[in-house]
Design a protein around this ligand. Structure first.
Ligand SMILES: Cc1cc2nc3c(=O)[nH]c(=O)nc-3n(C[C@H](O)[C@H](O)[C@H](O)COP(=O)(O)OP(=O)(O)OC[C@H]3O[C@@H](n4cnc5c(N)ncnc54)[C@H](O)[C@@H]3O)c2cc1C
Length: 424
């Protein structure tokens, strides 16, 4: 019997340290600093770097990476337990060296980069001396890659890239961009798209503007223009036409890690919901004593626990099978469930706090907005539900008969045939 919900005591000690370190040292950064990716900000050196050093000393830096890349090679179950704590704070991933999109970009570089690409980009990225940007989505559409129009054409031994990219996160801080561009129009976009590394500052690459989500103080999602951008042959990442296969390397793990951190966000909203319910009195009793409030608390706890179990089992299956194709359904399910869980719990917390709940003095409006972001980034919920449904349907066959196999008269007839001669 191998069902087990216990954490190894040695690892629990690490989790306890991470929990108090994040609450006491990292979460306060969220209240006073700007974007975690703005690594050149003056306060970053004085406030964030010392915390990163502590994490490195404790051997908890970039735990998603193998030891050959300076990580701990943690499996996904350990990462899940760790990430649900990191999810409490916007700065925690950068303090622990596992922030998106750099984590995914480093995985791509580690898998497909040439020795020179690794030396130039991967090494400083892993040390958080630089940050990066992943540019795939275009203004005319993100959920459907077949509408990609950014092109790269050969130019001597290099390439020229032209097109526009949209919602490229952290472009303004990035030292380099990983860009998807069509290189062969004679085949499907899935076979004719390639990946390039474009250094920031390359002539022709411009940020047209930056958008923010909701009322974020800093707009960090870029509308990019590639105006005949010339890059060398050494900028190609992987082989021509391989971009979608390469992208899967970053997306599979990335989606699960977002889900793990969403548990931390939703737990934070639930903590606030419970504190408020116990603290606020109206019409002669605490909010916590009203049954409709109790229902909100119960629903939130149940939804979060269900989601957490789904995430943990998905993590366990990734470790078990070591093959993302075998856990496609699970990962897509987690991705589809995550925005709703965060949305519903954060919205209940917002509502229960009344006027202060909707105000900019509380984090709930941003959390609700973030739930919508999670339903879009790395693909809209609908697309992932389609994946789940297709995978589920693979386990079924159509019924050849006019009436369904579970039609009562048919079931009874089968049972009577089975027990023929034995039924009293
Ligand atoms: C916070 C955030 C960060 C992001 N960062 C990056 C980044 O760094 N790099 C990058 O390249 N992109 C990034 N994106 C873009 C993201 O990948 C796209 O938003 C996503 O792929 C959806 O594309 P779209 O926004 O063009 O929406 P559309 O493709 O226009 O889809 C809009 C809506 O149409 C519906 N829809 C779409 N397809 C279907 C379908 N098959 N069936 C039913 N309904 C459907 C859904 O309701 C969907 O929400 C980011 C997005 C967000 C919100």
């Amino acid at each position: 019997m191998a069902w087990d919900f216990e954490t190894d005591p040695n690892f629990q000690r690490e989790l306890d340290w991470i929990d108090s370190f994040v609450r006491e040292e990292v979460e306060p950064l969220d209240a006073v600093l700007g974007s975690p990716w703005d690594i050149d900000a003056p306060n970053f050196e004085t406030l964030v770097r010392p915390l990163q050093a502590q994490v490195q000393q404790r051997r908890l830096w970039a735990c998603h990476l193998g030891p050959e890349l300076g990580g701990q090679g943690y499996g996904q179950v350990k990462l899940a337990l760790m990430n649900e704590i990191l999810g409490r704070s916007a700065f925690a991933p950068i303090v622990f060296g596992c922030q998106a999109p750099d984590s995914g970009n480093s995985e791509i570089l580690a898998h497909y980069g040439t020795p020179e690409q690794k030396r130039r980009w991967l090494e400083p990225l892993l040390a958080n001396r630089i940050v990066s940007c992943f540019a795939m989505t275009e203004p005319q559409g993100g959920a459907d890659p077949s509408v990609l129009t950014t092109r790269a054409v050969r130019d001597g031994d290099g390439w020229r890239i032209s097109g526009h990219k949209w919602f490229a996160s952290n472009a303004r801080y990035a030292a380099f961009f990983i860009v998807m561009a069509v290189t062969d129009e004679m085949v499907s976009v899935y076979e004719g798209t390639s990946m390039f590394i474009v250094p920031a500052g390359t002539p022709g690459l411009r940020i047209l503007r930056n958008s923010g989500c909701g009322d974020e103080p800093e707009a960090t999602h870029a509308y990019l223009e590639f105006d005949d951008v010339r890059v060398g042959a050494d900028s190609l990442l992987g082989t021509p036409g391989e971009a979608f296969a390469v992208a899967q390397v970053r997306l599979g793990g990335g989606r699960v890690h977002h889900a793990m951190r969403t548990i931390g966000q939703a737990q934070k909203a639930l903590d606030a919901l419970c504190e408020r319910a116990l603290s606020r009195n109206t019409q002669g009793s605490r909010l916590a004593d009203k049954q409709m409030v109790q229902e909100k608390i119960a629903d939130s706890w149940i939804e979060l626990e269900q989601f957490r179990l789904l995430v943990m089992r998905t993590a366990w299956r990734i470790d078990r099978y070591r093959d993302y194709r075998q856990v496609r359904k699970d990962i897509a399910a987690v991705k589809a469930a995550m925005p709703k869980v965060l949305h519903d719990i954060a919205a209940r917390a917002l509502h229960l706090h009344g006027s202060i709940g909707v105000s900019s003095e509380m984090p709930f409006a941003a959390m609700v907005n973030r739930s919508f972001q999670m339903g879009l980034a790395d693909g809209p919920t609908e697309v992932h539900k389609i994946t789940v449904a297709k995978q589920v349907l693979r386990g079924y066959l159509a019924c050849e008969d006019t009436f369904p196999a579970y039609h009562r008269p048919t079931v009874e007839a089968r049972a009577r045939a089975k027990f023929a001669g034995r039924l009293a």
